[in-house]
Design a protein around this ligand. Structure first.
Ligand code: SAH
Ligand code: SF4
Ligand code: F3S
Length: 476
């Protein structure tokens, strides 16, 4: 694993946040972005599109139609990184074909694999034109613009503070927008690459976050999800020099007119402080759904993972959240087959899942990642056992998810209409609990919040109708 030293270089053709951005008159070039990994990568992909728009790039739907393909990558599990190299192989073939026809294709790789592998990636896939890390992508325009000339093609510098100050402001927003407020991680769980690929914890200043949220709302966002690898460790500076916690940030955001829904992800149980828990009781805009990964229900494994909390402490946080907001639903992340995990440890995980009851969850087989301490641990668990445990855990989590979905039938939920439905005359949206909901509704309700009576729960989504044929008062 390679982590570049922090070096700063002047940035020439980036526009500071807040400045008016005018797109160049140049003929438009086409950009195709494929995003892997977490929501932070989704946010980053949008921001890279903003940066490249200043170079005349507009997005298209396929690599075949593109002049530049950008892969925004994830390093979290082996499968994720390996997928990248097969995708690169396909793009290489496409480029050869296109070059034969005199129509070149540029290939850029961003994200966490770019950070972890840097120059190595250019050796393994020399046809990649540009490699840019998650803290350096504000310079993507320089890198792409410099192709064909002498100069660097790999930029994996840290830290995050320069990036946010240099990014152009957004020119469009979906009804539900992402907003990165915190980056990096200082926790060093023994299985995880994030502290190496994203670097040390950094929180954006409070006023910058508020300004970006206002901008997103002015562009049509009704919901903002605050993002961070460890979002509840947020401690941005205030204009008075003090520190703003995530709880305070949520309260300040809730004062923005027409910002009706606030979410945050991903949280670490140790950073779930009283103020943030109280915000769930006091701030109606804060959605009653929290993603709170626990990874394992066994204290022995939690210690080996360096998670810094016991299973009972996690239960305590869940109880406190539910006391603050009784209708709060939870989602979680689980790893099965961490080195040394016994049947008894795994049973403790199933037990915890039974007790907590999840509305949704992600579960993974432990994947040994180069450079992380857990790779060197004895007692690696066999693939067969990992697969058996994953199947058993998934069965339980799936039962819980379906039971939760069914429990919503007959209820009226507010739904943010954020995409087209499966057929004309239908819209798709999200409930407060992040469930996908399909509703027969006119197109003009797109981007609004409507009251929807849930009539059925399918395998992957809920279906409902507008309450009394009305849209909600705030949807005007
Ligand atoms: N910051 C978050 C998680 C970020 S990574 C937290 O602390 O909870 C997202 C999820 O990927 C993790 O919660 C974990 O469940 C999973 N994950 C991370 N590294 C992994 C690995 N080496 N093998 C399998 N799953 C992993
Ligand atoms: Fe990875 Fe742990 Fe940090 Fe989450 S808290 S990003 S799992 S090191
Ligand atoms: Fe993957 Fe990097 Fe996110 S490793 S999960 S893209 S922080």
């Amino acid at each position: 694993m390679r982590v570049a030293a922090a070096r700063r270089r002047p940035v020439q053709d980036c526009v500071p946040a807040g400045a008016e951005t005018t797109l160049p008159e140049a003929p438009h070039k086409k950009l195709f972005i494929k995003t892997y990994g977490c929501q932070m990568n989704v946010y980053d992909s949008d921001r890279m599109a903003d940066v490249l728009a200043l170079q005349g790039y507009e997005q298209c739907d396929s690599p075949e139609a593109a002049d530049l393909v950008l892969l925004n990558t994830c390093h979290i599990r082996e499968k994720a990184s390996e997928k990248l190299y097969s995708e690169l192989g396909r793009l290489h073939a496409l480029r050869r074909e296109r070059r034969g026809a005199g129509n070149d294709l540029r290939i850029a790789v961003a994200g966490c694999v770019a950070q972890a592998e840097g120059e190595e990636m250019r050796r393994r896939a020399p046809y990649v034109d540009v490699v840019v890390g998650p803290q350096a992508y504000h310079r993507l325009g320089d890198l792409i613009g410099g192709l064909g000339k002498e100069g660097e093609r790999v930029d994996t510098e840290f830290p995050a503070d320069t990036k946010f100050a240099q990014l152009p402001q957004q020119e469009r927003s979906a009804p539900a927008a992402f907003l990165t407020v915190q980056e990096g991680c200082d926790k060093f769980c023994t299985f995880c690459v994030v502290p190496y690929t994203r670097g040390a914890e950094y929180s954006r200043p409070m006023d910058d976050v508020l300004a970006e949220a206002r901008r997103l709302v002015s562009l049509g966002a009704r919901e903002v999800t605050l993002l961070g690898q460890n979002v509840n460790a947020y401690h941005g500076t205030r204009a008075d020099g003090g520190r703003c916690s995530l709880g305070e940030l949520v309260r300040r955001l809730a004062d923005i007119p027409r910002l009706d829904r606030i979410r945050y992800t991903t949280s670490h149980p140790c950073d779930m402080d009283e103020d943030l828990i109280r915000a769930h009781a006091e701030v109606p805009a804060l959605m009653p759904f929290v993603h709170l990964p626990v990874q394992s229900g066994s204290d022995r494994i939690l210690v080996a993972m360096n998670r810094r909390h016991r299973a009972d402490e996690y239960r305590g946080v869940v109880d406190a959240l539910r006391a603050a907001r009784p209708d709060l639903a939870l989602s979680g992340d689980f790893i099965v087959g961490f080195p040394g995990e016994t049947d008894a440890d795994f049973t403790a995980t199933l037990q915890l899942v039974h007790e907590v009851g999840y509305a949704h969850a992600y579960s993974f087989k432990y994947s040994p990642r180069p450079g992380t301490p857990a790779v060197a641990l004895a007692d690696q668990v066999s693939e067969t056992v990992k697969a058996e445990r994953l199947a058993a855990l998934n069965e339980l989590l799936e039962e819980q998810r379906m039971a939760f979905d069914r429990s919503q039938v007959g209820r009226t939920l507010s739904v943010l209409m954020e995409r087209n439905g499966r057929y004309a005359g239908q819209l798709g949206g999200r409930s407060p609990y992040m469930q996908a909901v399909h509703v027969d509704a006119p197109a003009e309700l797109f981007g609004t919040i409507a009251e929807v009576t849930i009539t059925s729960a399918g395998p992957n989504s809920l279906t409902g109708h507008l309450k009394d044929g009305q849209r909600s008062a705030d949807a005007a």
